[in-house]
Design a protein. Sequence first.
Length: 152
Amino acid sequence: MGREGAPPLARRAGVGSATLHRHFRSREALLTEVFIEGVERLAARGRELGATAGGDGLTAWLEELTRYTATTRGLAVSLRPAGAATSGCHGVLADVAAELATVAAGAGRLRPGIAVDDLLALANGIAIQAEGDPELAARLLRIAIAGVEPSP
């Protein structure tokens, strides 16, 4: 069977169905890998922002996280039964958020007492509300962030 008869995902990737199945034992395995890769990209981006953006890195990263989550929430929900394969993702993101929050707090860009878990819950809640609309998610996050930054 040529690419014409391949599943849509294989066609879009420019490979045949057999190639796709050789690398991933199931659709769930492929989707899990896509999800984990996205989380790894977010973590790397957070580390980059922590090193280059100073106190503004947290806000920029939370916006990227919220956009990503609003775009991929359905994927995350569908992978929930997989559990073990994606269970470490929250910890990775929480660690990056904690690093960025430390830098932001040191730069006076985060009020004392704001917990990292609260920021992640806020980003997730906004993403749920704005599922499928990353622009709305980013706008809502910017509104919320204006409430967590200290007054001048």
